[in-house]
Design a protein around this ligand. Sequence first.
Ligand SMILES: NC(=O)c1ccc[n+]([C@@H]2O[C@H](COP(=O)([O-])OP(=O)(O)OC[C@H]3O[C@@H](n4cnc5c(N)ncnc54)[C@H](OP(=O)(O)O)[C@@H]3O)[C@@H](O)[C@H]2O)c1
Length: 323
Amino acid sequence: MGYAIVAPAPGGPEVLKRVPFTPPAPGAGEVLVRHTAIGVNFIDVYFRSGLYPWPVERDLILGSEAAGVVEAVGPEVAGFAPGQRVAYTLPNFAYATHRVVPAAHLVHLPESVSDLQAAAAMLKGLTACYLLHDSYAVQEGQTVLFHAAAGGVGLIAGQWLKAKGVRAIGTAGGPEKVALARAHGYAEVIDYRSEDFVARVKELTGGEGVHAAYDSVGRDTILGSAEVLRSFGTLVSFGQSSGPPDQFRISHLARASLRLTRPMLFHYTARRDWLEQAAAALFEMIGSGAIRLDITEMPLAEAAAAHAALEGRRTTGSLVLRP
Ligand SMILES: NC(=O)c1ccc[n+]([C@@H]2O[C@H](COP(=O)([O-])OP(=O)(O)OC[C@H]3O[C@@H](n4cnc5c(N)ncnc54)[C@H](OP(=O)(O)O)[C@@H]3O)[C@@H](O)[C@H]2O)c1
């Protein structure tokens, strides 16, 4: 029998507990996957803490990103067979030894990408992919600001931006994170715990500002992010690790005819053609070595410690749980 990590109700990391778990048989269009590696993401914290609406009646199995091996396929599934290596990103139910996944959300893993890498990058890397190509399509020679540059999404984005010839200015908390972000594509990294990032970005851009600001920190940074944009610049608000950016008002966009977008990865991955193309692009970047993943592995049973570290700003890169 397998096991899962569940949150019986919203709360801190301590609510997470291990329970026996037997997955159901896959139904029509579904595939049973035995997980080998499961990614940890900030969205797991939003669900566990109750910031996002509780999606089930009772026990919630968290986790939105994993890789593994196909164990069984249900009726009406084409293109997947037992023994194949696969990965997916979907909201919740991944912190378990097994999961039944709709085939429409699964992708095959090439030999050049390990299960560990896939679990570290399906959610975070596909997010970086849409941020740089869809939310604001960066162009060679442009300058952008990316907050939490040493985090899971941040380290992938820095390398992808560099590969596209974009000058990326990152922010990170503390000298070690600053050094790590510098080693992952960022041309400049500001320690926003000790330095005013608004003044520094203006200085680094000769007073002109950046073409786009990617803000996942939210409450603590959103107004500054809007302030460092050049005229007609784009503010991409895609997260809230410091709390919801509720103090932001539409009138803040009037300073320089700014654009604002608030995207969610799962709207992109719901489109099969986008998922296939973006996953192929991401796997090419990882397989070729253009994107190196900074991965910390932990046992699945220690999910609570992983959550405490992520919320406590003590992690860098991607956290991956091993069942
Ligand atoms: N909308 C979407 O589609 C989408 C998809 C994926 C991820 N996201 C968002 O992207 C962000 C990054 O996700 P991730 O999983 O890769 O996490 P992460 O960046 O590895 O971790 C979050 C980082 O945010 C920074 N931070 C700033 N203030 C914080 C605070 N008060 N509490 C905790 N952390 C704080 C910390 O870095 P420093 O110590 O360097 O400040 C921390 O390491 C999250 O906000 C997540 O919700 C959004």
